[in-house]
Design a binder for this molecule. Sequence first.
Ligand code: SF4
Length: 265
Amino acid sequence: MDAQLVYPVYSRRSEGISIGIDLFPDAKHCSFNCPYCEVHPFRHDHTFSLEQLTSELDAILSSYAGTREPVKDIAFAGHGEPLLSPYFIDAVTRAIAIKIKHMPEIPIILITNTLQLGDNHLINFLQTVRSQTPFSIWAKLDAGTPDQFYRMSGLKPESNAFETVKRNIITAGKILPLVIQTMLARYQGFPPTDYELTEYTKLIHSMLDSGVLIERIDLYTISRKPITPVVSPLTDAELIDAVHSIANHLPGKAIRAFGKSTRIM
Ligand code: SF4
């Protein structure tokens, strides 16, 4: 039987093979509705089970162990927001046990939009994970202004999600180091404005001043066909300009940047 929950992919931001874990094989489940999302709506009969995760992850990691193709990480990503899954904690616990058996040194990555990241029980669990194995949280933050945030998340301002995201990043990031993930794209044909880039760096500064542990910032543009044509990728030249504008205001901060097809910084 083909694997349904565990899949190897070449990941631009992992710069190699990443083993993805999908907690949502039945349909997309996400608390955001980003116009640039690569997960198109679908419906399958498949359901998630810990037993299936265990057997698929064990099989895939043993098939890569000892090969010349290094696995860079195991990423909780898949068809939506991993923290919405009721299986998240059990699935991470299983994944750690299997990973330690085959590839103890590679990190587990949680890719999250942060809307559910502020929960204390969850943060305590993630602290325990971090004490057991290499672990990294890739936290989405696409904007420094409410307008840009609601455009890029597809959420309504009435949701107050921008405030929740900022609060959650501060709550979790004071305890757990975060790798900030920021999508930079054209929206209705226009790249982010200087004002938006400045407000973004101000927001990062305010988070750092609040004690948020920002390990690195990854800036990237669209690489695959998005759900709607309202967004489109920045050219490498536009991305480089935006990256310099951000980096100049955040001296000493580790920043990586990924163009449509390759890493540019
Ligand atoms: S948070 Fe991720 S999965 Fe959810 S809509 Fe945005 S890009 Fe898609």
